[in-house]
Design a protein around this ligand. Sequence first.
Ligand code: HDE
Length: 728
Amino acid sequence: MVRSMAKKSKKSDKRSRPTTQAEAPTHSRSEAVYGEVKIERGSGGETHQTDAQAPSTLTTQQGVPISDGQNTLAGGERGPQMLEDFVMREKIFHFDHERIPERVVHARGYGAKGTFETYDAIGELTCADLFQRAGEKTDVFTRFSTVAGSAGSPDLARDVRGFAVKFYTREGNWDLVGNNMPVFFIQDAIKFPDLIHSVKPEPDRGFPQAQSAHDNFWDFVSLMPEATHMLLWAMSDRAIPRSLRFMEGFGVHTFRFVNSNGESKYVKFHWKPLQGVQSVIWDEAVKINGVDPDFHRRDMWDSIERGDFPEWELGVQVFDDDFADSFPFDILDATKLIPEEDVPVRIVGKMTLNRNVDNFFAETEQVAFCTSNIVRGIDFTNDPLLQGRNFSYLDTQLKRLGSPNFAHIPVNAPRCPVMNFQRDGHMTTSSPTGRANYEPNSWGDDGGPRENPRSGFVSVPANQAGEKRRVRPELFADHYSQARQFYNSQNSIERSHISEAFAFELSKVDKTPIVKRMIAGLRNVDEGLAQTVAEGLGLNELPDALPAAREIVGDLKPSKALDILALGPDNFGGRKIGVLVAEGSDAKTIRSIDKAAKSVGAVVELVAPTRHGVSDSDGKGFEVAEKIDGGPSVLFDAIAVVLTEEKAEELGELPAARDFVADAHAHSKFVAYGSTSISLLEAAGVDEKARSGGYHLLDGKKASAASFIDACVALRYWNRHVNAASVS
Ligand code: HDE
């Protein structure tokens, strides 16, 4: 039977199109398959298969080996395709259902796996199991994200970044679903759909994508003074991080810690990157989005692949009711933070992300964070935003993943025993045995799990009383004091970036009353800020300040912890230098940069006019990472230019090469150059005077490369564009 079919197929193969045969692997040719697969029938009629079942054999979802994955079954060479072709139909059917709904917010994200290590046991504060033993290691899955853009939007949008961590603890999963900013736009979850609708593409036209710079967003936030503090953060460089590795993270809400005696304190969570905090500037962000919209995810992937694992320390601000009562703002208000000067951050452990995902969809896309996933020792407060989130996340996972069994998906499954009587539903993957599917039951040892009052989760027995009303606490009405404190905590460069960001965003708003209302609100933050923004827009007259619902506390002390530039790295590790080279570039100079960079853990990438066929002065071929038009200097933290005189002249004619230098200069980056490269610098508009600061002449010796790398620790030579005295 098999034989005769093989013969037949051989015949028909002869007539089939030769192109597909040439492209297809041998397995896909029916004649070959029937030649290879040995289906042997034993005397008892039982079947066993041999190489058709090899792990490399393509099969259907039902495990049926596929003989031809290139051609749909058809009635004759040019005849109609057949409905009975289950191989083709199953494949297309599955493809049609490949997408799940993307997240309504935070759709664009990137995940990685790692470990959280507890530094010291903090049993006096919390009985959460992961904090009970110094040195304890807990697996984590972390997903970073932007908020407004869809899944395919660019990484460098001006936006808040999500910072969500799932801890697989021995007593269940704890999800700390935070952001890279410690406050939020709104105070009550009921306003969240309005906020998000306003920032998303406008509903009639379907744009702009991943941008807050449009009428709807500024219309909404200018009508919601509670957004002001967060707007200051969103217009600061925090909203355009250089890398996901260089961001802080915050739990935002006030939570509770509870110890084993049932004693409870308030806690706010902080993530501090050991790599230091670093952002790009707006012009870089715009250009990076064009040249590499995956800049952040690529950076995370690459650094983990090369073993440069990003690390964050987890810190807690712990305080009691006395502090909460004396604090001038409400600790339940997510538009307020608690300055570190008032309650210091105590570091309790470290997260290391050391494994990339094996499969983006299975893990990063299907990971389901829920703020309601907390463990014994941690509890909620009545923050109205947090309480609303507790409903939203569970609900959204059901929509996205389509089944109440989403916790069965490996990335979501706890790494500790799960025993309960929840049963059935779409895509059940467990197969519980036994008769009991309810409790209490009288089935004794076979009756399944029982509640455990000793180690089970207990809520803090907080007193709750009050009238049922739709109100906000009085202190929530202070919308400007902390916005002012944030602004006052920034140095002159950061302030100018904030005012430029406001002016840029508002310049995209067509309706002038919206712009004026926003500036009227900014007057309550800082008159100078409002003035600069108005000037940036060409508005000659300042509108009257918006009436403030509560008196503004004007003299809150600036906080160093709010200032990015004060939180920079103490070494250049993990940063990238782009070295522009061409045929004949000096081998010694390139080696010296490479060595100096490697000694501090920085990465050097060569950029050249072509990707292949370029050799150095010793005649050795370069490993070029980027062709010049695909590797502009915005992708690097610092640059070097190492060219022969002839090549420098030649590249001076090439716009991409001139931009490489001119952009690095404009973005205040450190630049190293060999003396034979000067004509390119000059062609880019960097004359001798312009090279007076932040430029390093390389002479091929170790010392000059090392001093360049040392200088790069400062990340930018800000004095290039501002008066040195004002950088404070
Ligand atoms: Fe979210 N948020 N959010 N959010 N959020 C979601 O859940 C929501 C808020 C945050 O990487 C959604 O799984 C409401 C604050 C992160 O998968 C959704 C409110 C903070 C992520 C949702 C907020 C966050 C989300 C969409 C107002 C910082 C990405 C898909 C009360 C503390 C998690 C999803 C990931 C995702 C609702 C406000 C952080 C719709 C209703 C405040 C990091 O459930």
